[in-house]
Design a protein around this ligand. Structure first.
Ligand SMILES: [Zn+2]
Length: 311
């Protein structure tokens, strides 16, 4: 059984990627009052009291900002489905963090769960692209400045003309269970007491996801796993990952945490896990994370039904 819809995998815009090559697409859309613009500043966007992202028509200042094309919202006239569809283009504009007025804006981590599908997708994509632009200002080959192209989906070196795509780095995250159906949870050495989650780690060059799962579990807690099964994934633009979730079966149970990375690791039965939440002995990963969903997938119920103990 897959994980179901993950908070950051719900985007509903049509990316309309074919339009990115249109000459001057961004300036053209900024000149069209029908275009819808969201503003991202550092890692925040404005969320309105009704829970929707603040969306507005283009403003004159937007032309002086970094802007990128997120895609199109496709709507159908409900009363007459045969009348065709309407497409509304969305741009994200990167605002200036030194300007005031953003104090009560929200991060994707804080707002993501409660946003609509459309808005969760807009924020996730805008955050990922904004992060990509921020760290690719200079060419990794020759050091010359780069500039955005393809409506903000690549940067090109101004000297050697090489293209640089925003990165998406895969990380694996895994619910490891033993033959008694106990779940393995660990506490990272940098986390406070009581904060436990499933194990995770980056995929290395030349490595399959399944091999990364086995390597990370072995490295972090000295456990061997088999039957690595894919369950779901979601983008995780903090700053540039996609978290790919798996289930794996442990063939050994004696835990030997790598003391550099893991402060402690434990096996939990479902009853032990529920009790530890109820007594606040442990806390769970936040609701925006695939980690919480992986735990719930094993537990067979939502954590919110047990206790409000996420970090
Ligand atoms: Zn270059």
């Amino acid at each position: 059984m897959p994980l179901g819809d993950l908070p950051l995998s719900r985007g509903s815009l049509d990316r309309a990627a074919h339009r990115r090559a249109e000459p001057d697409l961004v300036p053209k859309l900024l000149a069209d009052p029908a275009t819808r613009v969201v503003v991202i500043v550092a890692e925040s966007m404005e969320v309105l009291p009704d829970g929707a992202l603040a969306v507005r028509p283009p403003a004159p200042d937007d032309r002086h900002r970094l802007a990128f094309f997120l895609g199109e919202e496709v709507t159908t006239e409900a009363a007459d489905p045969d009348s065709g569809t309407e497409r509304t283009a969305y741009l994200a504009v990167v605002g200036d963090p030194t300007e005031s007025g953003h104090d009560d804006w929200q991060t994707l981590r804080n707002a993501g769960v409660d946003l609509s599908d459309r808005d969760a997708g807009i924020f996730t994509t805008a955050q990922a692209l904004a992060n990509g632009h921020a760290v690719h200002q200079f060419c990794p080959r020759c050091g010359a400045p780069t500039e955005p192209e393809q409506a903000g989906w690549i940067r090109r070196c101004t000297r050697d003309r090489s293209e640089h795509y925003p990165r998406t780095d895969p990380a694996v995250i895994m619910a490891v269970v033993d033959d008694d159906d106990r779940l393995l949870l660990g506490r990272n050495a940098q986390w406070p007491e009581g904060r436990f989650s499933v194990l995770a780690g980056f995929v290395e060059p030349g490595e399959s996801f399944e091999a990364a799962v086995a390597r990370e579990v072995e490295e972090e807690v000295g456990i061997a796993v088999t039957d690595v099964t894919y369950l779901g994934n979601q983008p995780w633009p903090f700053p540039s990952s996609d978290m790919v979730g798996f289930r794996a079966r442990a063939t050994t149970t004696s835990l030997h945490p790598d003391t550099v990375e893991m402060a402690e690791a434990r096996w939990f039965t479902r009853d032990e896990y529920r009790n530890a939440l109820t007594t606040k002995e442990i806390r769970t990963p936040s609701g925006i994370s695939i980690a919480q969903r992986l735990i719930e997938h094993w537990l067979g119920q939502r954590i919110a039904e047990i206790a409000d103990v996420s970090w």
